[in-house]
Ligand binder design. Structure first.
Ligand code: GCB
Length: 701
C-alpha cells in the first residue's frame, strides 16, 4: 500500500498530503544546548539513478528495504550538494525523475528515552525518506526545511539506514512550474527532458545539511518574536509553543532570559506569551547605516518540567515600516544598495558551501552593498544567519518564478511555500520584505483574484514586514502591484530592449519606474537591471557582451536612479546579478511558447518587454511559417541568450570581479556616504594625482 501511494505521489504532487507530508510548524533550526544534542549526517552518501524511463523502479523493487549497493551499483555523492555537476556523465546532469541516496548512521544508546528528530535543510524538488526500510516523511518544494520524529524508527546503540528518493520533476503546479517533454534519441529510443521558463539551472538533490537531533519528551516546538522600540527601550513580544505528551502540564514552567552581546542579562520574563523590555537598547542596523551594525541579543528559553528543554535564539531589535514614499528601518529611510543573487557555484550547484557563502558576504561588503533579494527561492538558513550577523538586508522570496496559468493546485502550493518560508524566517531581523513571486504573468486575466489571496495569506501570517513581488512589465495593464507595500520592478533597457543602444536607456527606465509610482502612490525599487558581460572581453566603443558595455550601461541606469531619488519615492537599486550562474541550455522554451501563441493570436497577455524580444526574434527569422515558428525561434533564442550560463554577474562564477564590480563599488560607497554618512574605504579611488583624487572625493562623491 505504502509503495503504491509513494509511487503515485512521485508523479502527482496533489496526492502528497494524503501520506503524511510534514507541515510547517516547529521548524526551529537545530541548535545544541544542555538539553539537545545535534549530529550531522552530512558527508559522502551512496547514490544511484533510476533507470531512464522507469523512474518508479526503486519503489516497485523496494530498493529502500536494504542498502542500495545490494540492489545495484552505487557511486559516491556528497551531501550537501546538487548531484548534477559532480560526475562527468551528462545523464546525471540532465536526469529527469527519481534518484536514490543512502547511508548508514549510528545512534548512541545514550539517546534512548529522548525524542530523536531527523531534519533536512532542503531537498530539491521532492523527497521521500525511509529509515530502516520504513517510510518516515515526504516533502515537496525545494529550498525549504522539513523534519520528522524518528524516535520509534531508529535502533539505539546500533547502526541504522537512511534512504532518500529525490524526484526533480517539475510540473504545471509545482513551485516553480515546469514540465517534461519527449525526444527521440539517435538510438531511436524516447527519453524525457525537462522544460522550464526560468533561466537558472534546475539543480537537484540533497542540497542542504541533514541533521539528527534530540529533544526532551516535552519540548520547545516554536518561538516567535516581534520587536519594537519605545523611546530608548527595546520591546520583544514573544510566543512560545511547546509540544509533547505530559500529564503534569500544571508543573510546566517557561522562563526567558535575554542576554546582550557580552552575555549580560538585560531582561527576563516567564510564561508562554509576553514581552521583554530592554532599557538602552542596542538596535539592529544594516551594514554601513550605523557604526555598530547587526547587534544581536540571545534569547534563552527554558522549559522546565521533570526534564528541562533549553533553546537559544538570536534576536535583533528593529522596526520595519513604509509609507507612500519610503521604506524605513528604525524609523530612518532605508535605501537598498543591493543585488539579485543565486545559490550557485562550480561542482556543487546549489549545494550549501560555507566557503562560497563567506566569500560572497565579504564581497557584498567590499562593494558597499547592504542587501539583496533571495532570487528566486529561499536561501539556506546558514546563509540567512550571515545576513542577520552582518547587517545585510533581505527581500525573502518564494520559489515562484515566471508563474502563469492560475489554478487551484498552483495556488495551494504557492501558499504552502509562503507558510513554510515565513515560519522558517519570521524571527530574522535581516528580512524586511516577503517577495511572493518573480516575474509572474501579472498582466493576464485572473491575476487579481489569484494575487489578492496570496497577499492576504502573507498578511495573515506576518504584518511586521512588507510584501512585494518582482514585476517585469510596465505599470499600464499590470494587475498585481496594487497589492504590494513596496513595488519591485525589473527592467532590461539596453539589453532585452533597445539592445546596444546605450544612448536610449535612462529615459526609458525613468518611464517604467515612474509609471508604477504615479499609478499606485507607493515606494518603488528596481530589483533587476543589467547586461551580460563575458569576463575578459573588452570592446571600445562598447558593444554587448563586453565588460565595457556592462559598466557603461550601469552608469546610464545610475542617472535614472538619481533622478527618481530626488523625486523622493525611490527606495533602492539591485543589480542583476551578483555573480555569473549556470543556466539550462534550452532557456525560454516554455516562456516563449505562450508568447508566440499569443503573438499569433494577437493577445496582449505577456509583458511588453518579453513581447518586444519575441517580436525582434520573429522579425529576424521572418522566413518562418506559422507551423515552424515556435521551434525555430526557440532555438534561435537559445543561441543568442546564454554562453555557458548567465553572465550578468559583476563577479564571475568563481567570484572574481569584472570591471562592473569596481564601478558599482564606487557608486555604493558614494551612496553610503551621502545617505548614511558612512566612511569611504581608503582604496576606493586609487591614487592618480593629488589634485585629481582630492577633486573626486570632494565633488563627485
Ligand atoms: C529576468 C529574471 C532572471 C533572469 C534575468 C536575465 O528577468 O528574473 O531570473 O536571469 O531576467 O538575465 O534574463
Amino acid at each position: 500500500m505504502l509503495v503504491t501511494l509513494v509511487v503515485c505521489g512521485m508523479f502527482l504532487g496533489s496526492l502528497l498530503p494524503a501520506f503524511g507530508q510534514e507541515g510547517p510548524v516547529g521548524i526551529l533550526y537545530p541548535r545544541e544546548s544542555e538539553s539537545r544534542e545535534v549530529r550531522s549526517l552530512d558527508g559522502v552518501w551512496n547514490f544511484r539513478l533510476s533507470p531512464v524511463n522507469d523512474t518508479a523502479k526503486g519503489f516497485t523493487d523496494e530498493w529502500y528495504s536494504q542498502e542500495l549497493r545490494k540492489s545495484g551499483d552505487v557511486i559516491p555523492m556528497p551531501v550537501p550538494a546538487s548531484y548534477n555537476d559532480i560526475t562527468e556523465d551528462p545523464e546525471v546532469r540532465d536526469f529527469v525523475g527519481v534518484v536514490w541516496y543512502d547511508r548508514n548512521f549510528y545512534v548512541p544508546s545514550s539517546w534512548e528515552g529522548k525524542r530523536v528528530w531527523l531534519r533536512f535543510g532542503s531537498v530539491t524538488y521532492l523527497a521521500v525518506v525511509f529509515v530502516n526500510g520504513e517510510h518516515v516523511v515526504t516533502h515537496e518544494i525545494g529550498h525549504l526545511p522539513f523534519r520528522v520524529e524518528v524516535t520509534d524508527r531508529v535502533n539505539y546503540g546500533a547502526t541504522n539506514l537512511i534512504t532518500v528518493a529525490v524526484n526533480n520533476t517539475l510540473y504545471e503546479s509545482s513551485i516553480p512550474q515546469g514540465g517534461v517533454t519527449n525526444i527521440t534519441t539517435d538510438k531511436n529510443t524516447t527519453e524525457t527532458f525537462m522544460t522550464y521558463s526560468f533561466d537558472f539551472f534546475h539543480y537537484a538533490g540533497i542540497d542542504r545539511p541533514v541533521t539528527l537531533y534530540t529533544t526532551p519528551e516535552v519540548y520547545i516546538d516554536d518561538i516567535s518574536v516581534i520587536t519594537n522600540i519605545e523611546s530608548q527601550t527595546g520591546l520583544v513580544e514573544y510566543t512560545i509553543v511547546y509540544a509533547g505528551d505530559s500529564g503534569d502540564i500544571d508543573d510546566l514552567n517557561i522562563t526567558l532570559i535575554l542576554y546582550d552581546r557580552d552575555d549580560q542579562i538585560v531582561a527576563t520574563s516567564s510564561g508562554a506569551k509576553g514581552e521583554l523590555r530592554i532599557p538602552d537598547v542596542n538596535l539592529w542596523w544594516p551594514y554601513l547605516m550605523h557604526p555598530d551594525p547587526a547587534y544581536l541579543y540571545t534569547l534563552q528559553v527554558n522549559l522546565t518540567l521533570e526534564e528541562s528543554d533549553v533553546y537559544r535564539l538570536p534576536v535583533g531589535v528593529r522596526t520595519v515600516s513604509w509609507n507612500s514614499t519610503s521604506l524605513l528601518i528604525n524609523d530612518k529611510p532605508f535605501y537598498f544598495r543591493g543585488f539579485g543573487k543565486h545559490e550557485d557555484s562550480d561542482f556543487k550547484g546549489k549545494g550549501l558551501d560555507l566557503s562560497i557563502v563567506t566569500k560572497d558576504y565579504n564581497l557584498i561588503k567590499w562593494v558597499g552593498g547592504n542587501g539583496y533579494r533571495t532570487s528566486h527561492y529561499p536561501y539556506a538558513e546558514e546563509i540567512m544567519d550571515f545576513s542577520d550577523r552582518q547587517g545585510i538586508v533581505i527581500i525573502d522570496e518564494v520559489p515562484i518564478v515566471d508563474a502563469k496559468d492560475w489554478h487551484e493546485q498552483l495556488l495551494e502550493n504557492h501558499l504552502s511555500s509562503l507558510t513554510q518560508l515565513i515560519q522558517r524566517d519570521k524571527n530574522r531581523p535581516s528580512v524586511i520584505l516577503w517577495s511572493v513571486a518573480n516575474e509572474a504573468a501579472t498582466s493576464s486575466s485572473g491575476t487579481e483574484i489569484y494575487f489578492k489571496q496570496v497577499y492576504d495569506h502573507v498578511r495573515s501570517l506576518d504584518t511586521s514586514r512588507g510584501a512585494t513581488q518582482a514585476i517585469n512589465s510596465d505599470a499600464n495593464g499590470e494587475l498585481a502591484a496594487q497589492y504590494s507595500d513596496v513595488i519591485s520592478v525589473n527592467t532590461y533597457e539596453g539589453w532585452y530592449s533597445h539592445t546596444g543602444q546605450l544612448h536610449a536607456i535612462t529615459n526609458n527606465v525613468l518611464d517604467r519606474i515612474r509609471g508604477f509610482h504615479d499609478m499606485h502612490d507607493k515606494p518603488v525599487l528596481v530589483t533587476e537591471y543589467g547586461a551580460d558581460a563575458f569576463s575578459g572581453l573588452h570592446v571600445f566603443p562598447e558593444t554587448v557582451w563586453s565588460e565595457d558595455y556592462q559598466a557603461k550601461l550601469m552608469s546610464k541606469y545610475f542617472e535614472a536612479f538619481d533622478t527618481v531619488r530626488r523625486e523622493g519615492w525611490f527606495v533602492g537599486e539591485m543589480i542583476w546579478c551578483f555573480a555569473d550562474f549556470q543556466t539550462q541550455q534550452v532557456y525560454d522554451i516554455l516562456e516563449f511558447t505562450p508568447i508566440f501563441v499569443s503573438l499569433i493570436n494577437q493577445e496582449a497577455s505577456v509583458s511588453p518587454q518579453r513581447l518586444k524580444a519575441a517580436e525582434t526574434a520573429v522579425r529576424a527569422k521572418a522566413h518562418l511559417t506559422q507551423d515552424n515558428l515556435q521551434s525555430d525561434v526557440t532555438s534561435f533564442l537559445i543561441s543568442i541568450n546564454r554562453v555557458d550560463g548567465n553572465k550578468k554577474g559583476i563577479f564571475t562564477r568563481q567570484r572574481q570581479p569584472k570591471r562592473s564590480a569596481h564601478v558599482l563599488r564606487e557608486r555604493y560607497f558614494a551612496l553610503a556616504q551621502e545617505l548614511d554618512n558612512a566612511t569611504l574605504p581608503e582604496d576606493l579611488t586609487p591614487y592618480v594625482s593629488s589634485m585629481w583624487s582630492q577633486t573626486r572625493v570632494n565633488t563627485e562623491l
